[in-house]
Each structure stands twice: as C-alpha cells, then as structure tokens.
Design a binder for this molecule. Structure first.
Ligand SMILES: C[S@@+](CC[C@H](N)C(=O)[O-])C[C@H]1O[C@@H](n2cnc3c(N)ncnc32)[C@H](O)[C@@H]1O
Length: 320
C-alpha cells in the first residue's frame, strides 16, 4: 500500500492520466486542511472536531439556518455520514471500502452499525490516516490505509460496498475514480458518492467565473461533473445509477446561511464581541480574515446558483 507523503501528494496531482495536465496547476489538497485557508479555519473552529471533516446535514433550514450555530454541529456531520451509510445498505459480512475517510470517523460509524462487516478506511493524507489509527484502529474488522482514490491498491472484486463522502471534488480525474471503484466492487456491489455537481452540463461554463475561482481555491478542485455527466460517466465505467438526490437544502444552503451569519457578526464590532463570548478562539481572526470570509461567502452564494450537493447511488452491473 502506498503512503502519500508530501512529495507523493504533489505527484498524485500531476498524474499523467489527467487529460488537462498541461492546462491546470496541481491541486494542493493539504492546504484545505492545514489551517492556511480562512474558510476551512472557520469550519475547524465551528464544526470540525478531531474526526469528521464534512459540511454536515442540518436540522434548521432557510432563514433559521443561523440557529445551527447553537445546535450541535458535530451531530450534523454524523448525520451526513449516517444518511450516506443508509444508502449503502451494508449486509452482515460485507467488505466496505470508505474512500477518502479523512480522520476515520465515517469508517468507524460503519463499523459501529455493522460490527460483522469488514471496513477499510483509505485517505490520501498520511496525517489523516495516522489520526484515524490513533482514534479508532483498536477494533477487529476496521483498518486504515494511506492511498489514492485514483489508484486503489486492492484486487478486483474485493469489496461489496464503496463509500465516498464529500471528497470526489478533490480528485483530479473523477472518471478514473469511478472506474477504480467499479473494478474493486463485486458485480451487484454498490457505490455511494456524495459530491458537489453542476446542475446541468451548461453550468460548467461558470467554472472560470472569478467567484467560482475563489471557491475552487478554497476547496481545491479543478472542475465538477454535472448531474447528468455523473450518470453518463458512471454508466461508461460499468455502473447503473439507482438514484440521485439533491441534499443542498440540508447541507450547502444551511451552512451557507450559517457562514453568512458568522460573516455578518465577524465584520461588526458588536458581532465580534458575541463571537468572542461564544468562543474565545475567535481572537485568532483578524479584520482581514473576516473580510476574506465575507468574500468567500459571496463567492459561494454565486457558486450555489449553478451547483448542487448530491448523493448518488450506483450499482455495479452484473456480468452477462
Ligand atoms: C472533506 S474531507 C471528507 C472526509 C470524510 N469523508 C468525512 O466525511 O469526514 C475530504 C478528504 O478527501 C481526501 N482526499 C483528497 N483527495 C484524495 C485522493 N485522491 N484519494 C484519497 N483521499 C483523498 C482528503 O485527504 C480529505 O481527507
């Protein structure tokens, strides 16, 4: 199993298999998680505990989204994983691969729900895998490995289920990931992908809007599939799409509302006092940081007009 060290991470993203290699700069996945990005710093402060690293699935929506700030945000992140795991339909002795498991909690959740299944969590960043092992690796049937979603180091047909929650946007070649997931799944096996997607093929033209460039920099992605493209490419990779659900109203819209609220507070004197009272760590946010948050919130509002937060269920076609 390959271990993704600093230089290996760079190698992964200059992979020759990526058709656009000449046109695009390598992604720096690490920068989304090392605190150098103000949006992710805010996420770390508000939602990202030591384990889960997703946006969460929220109870309060619409104009009440700001109430999520006082609710348990970690519970929202767990809820997101549970929603995805429900779609996975894990059987008693299934082998489950959790691709891009981050710091391992999603794999641990699958293990808790299905203790007789064998669960493998895989992530590109060896730091994440180290944290996962420290936190969760002491139980049977659950293990963590460093590796790349585009080069899965497992034999053909070695898993019954593959899960990928909120990570495929990082992959420089999503089609390759779908082919790899199909290869390691047994016929009839199931893949769940939770990912951002353009609403339509035509919306892809917004990739180079200045606002979307900012969003791409925050999240470290080159491009997204559109919803129809997901179905097409998954079909070409050997999958049938069983369902696709738009979770934007439960994930991206509430978190956008929450960020808008935080940005409004952070950019006013009284608001900053409230934030400091709530969490003294906000002292580490400067005026420039709050300005940056405000720009990011505006950019994300633009991006959300053309994109969705989707959950796809794919099944590997059986051989004839
Ligand atoms: C937003 S986090 C989501 C983590 C986890 N699924 C969760 O819900 O907490 C995205 C993860 O994708 C991982 N990642 C990015 N590119 C990857 C790749 N090519 N192969 C495997 N993991 C990758 C990152 O290291 C990060 O842990």
């Amino acid at each position: 199993m390959s271990v993704a060290t600093g230089s290996a991470v760079a190698d992964v993203f200059t992979d020759r298999s990526c058709a656009d290699r000449q046109r695009i700069a390598p992604l720096d996945v690490r920068s989304s998680y090392d605190g150098s990005n103000v949006v992710f710093r805010l996420l770390r402060m508000e939602t990202w505990g030591p384990a889960l690293m997703n946006l969460g699935y929220y109870t309060f929506r619409g104009p009440l989204a700001f109430l999520n700030l006082v609710a348990n945000l970690e519970a929202a992140q767990r809820r997101l994983v549970m929603e995805a795991v429900d779609l996975l339909e894990v059987g008693r002795r299934h082998r489950v691969l959790d691709v891009a498991c981050g710091r391992g909690k999603s794999s641990f959740i699958v293990h808790c729900l299905f203790p007789e299944a064998t669960v493998v969590g895989l992530d590109l960043l060896s730091n994440n895998v180290q944290v996962a092992r420290t936190l969760f690796d002491q139980v049977d049937n659950l293990s963590y490995v460093s590796g790349d979603a585009l080069h899965l180091d497992f034999p053909d047909e070695s898993f019954d289920r593959v899960l990928c929650v909120e990570a495929a946007f990082h992959f420089p070649d999503r089609g390759r990931f779908l082919r790899e997931a199909c290869r390691v799944l047994r016929p009839g096996g199931r893949l769940i992908v939770v990912d951002f997607a353009w609403n339509t093929d035509a919306d892809q033209k917004h990739r180079d809007d200045p606002e979307t460039r900012l969003v791409r920099g925050v999240w470290q992605w080159h491009d997204l599939f559109s919803v129809p493209e997901y179905e097409r490419v998954a079909g070409d990779s050997g999958f049938e799409m069983l369902s696709s659900s738009d979770w934007s109203h439960r994930v991206t819209r509430p978190i956008q509302g929450l960020f808008q609220f935080l940005s409004t507070l952070g950019n006013s004197r009284w608001g900053r006092r409230i934030l400091l009272w709530k969490n003294p760590l906000y002292r580490s946010f400067s005026h420039a940081d709050w300005n940056e948050v405000a720009s990011a919130v505006r950019a994300h509002a633009h991006f959300h007009c053309y994109s969705k937060y989707m959950a796809f269920v794919f099944e590997k076609r059986c051989k004839r």
